[in-house]
Design a protein around this ligand. Structure first.
Ligand SMILES: [Mg+2]
Length: 205
C-alpha cells in the first residue's frame, strides 16, 4: 500500500495526546465509508463495475476515474441528496471510538462540507440510535467554512481526509489529522492515522 504507513505510528507516539473535548471529525471518508457507497451506486444504478476502492486516487473523482462527467455528476448528486438503495456505513471501529469520546467529552462534533445534512444526519442516527451520549452535526456547505466553525468551538484537532482542507485548517492554527485514504497519498507534514484504533491512541483518556 501507500508509503505513509512509515511515519503514522512514530508520529502518533511523539504527538501530545488530544483532549477529547477538542477533537472534531469530518464525515465522508472519516466516519462514513462514502466511497464504498459511491462504488455501490455506480455498480447497481449505472452498471459500472470493476472500479476498485484503491482506484480512487484523487479527491475529485473525475480526475482519476475514466467516466463521463454526467455520470459522475449524477453519482455525486445521489450521494449528497440520498434516495439510493444501499446504506452509508461507518468505517471500522468508528462507532465504538465516537461513543467513547462522547462518553468522556459529553458530545462529539462532526463538520461536513455537504450542503445539506439530511442523509448524513440519518446515517448518524442509524449508527447511534441512542444518541451515543451526544453528537452534533454541522453542514457548512463549503470546505472553507469548516475552519470558522472549528475555531468557534475551541477545536484544536480535526480529523479529515481531504488534504486541501487539512492545509486550510492548519493555516488557521487547527492541527489536522489526516485519515489515510487512497485519495490523500500525496506528501504532507501532518499527523496521520490509518484507522479509528489509531485515533483512539491519540486521545488523552
Ligand atoms: Mg471527507
Amino acid at each position: 500500500m501507500a508509503p505513509t504507513a512509515r511515519s503514522s505510528l512514530a508520529l502518533a507516539e511523539a504527538a501530545p495526546r488530544i483532549d477529547p473535548e477538542a477533537i472534531a471529525f469530518d464525515v465522508d471518508g472519516v466516519i462514513a465509508d462514502t466511497m464504498r457507497l459511491f462504488l455501490e451506486i455506480a455498480a447497481e444504478e449505472y452498471g459500472i463495475r470493476g472500479i476498485r476502492y484503491e482506484d480512487i486516487t484523487t479527491y475529485n473523482v473525475e480526475d482519476c476515474l475514466d467516466l463521463p462527467g454526467q455520470v459522475i455528476e449524477g453519482l455525486l448528486r445521489r450521494l449528497i441528496y440520498g434516495g439510493y438503495r444501499g446504506d452509508l456505513r461507518p468505517l471500522p471501529g468508528a462507532p465504538e471510538v465516537v461513543r467513547r469520546i462522547a462518553g468522556r467529552a459529553g458530545s462529539v462534533l462532526f463538520v461536513t462540507a455537504r450542503p445539506i445534512s439530511g442523509p448524513v444526519e440519518s446515517f448518524l442516527r442509524r449508527v447511534f440510535p441512542d444518541g451515543a451520549g451526544g453528537f452534533e452535526l454541522v453542514a457548512t456547505g463549503s470546505f472553507a467554512a469548516k475552519t470558522e466553525i472549528l475555531k468557534r468551538r475551541g477545536i484544536t484537532h480535526f480529523v479529515e481526509d481531504r488534504l486541501e482542507t487539512c492545509f486550510a485548517v492548519d493555516r488557521e492554527g487547527i492541527r489536522p489529522v489526516v485519515f489515510a485514504q487512497p485519495w490523500n497519498r500525496q506528501p504532507h507534514p501532518f499527523l496521520e492515522v490509518q484507522s479509528w484504533r489509531e485515533i483512539e491512541e491519540l486521545i488523552q483518556w
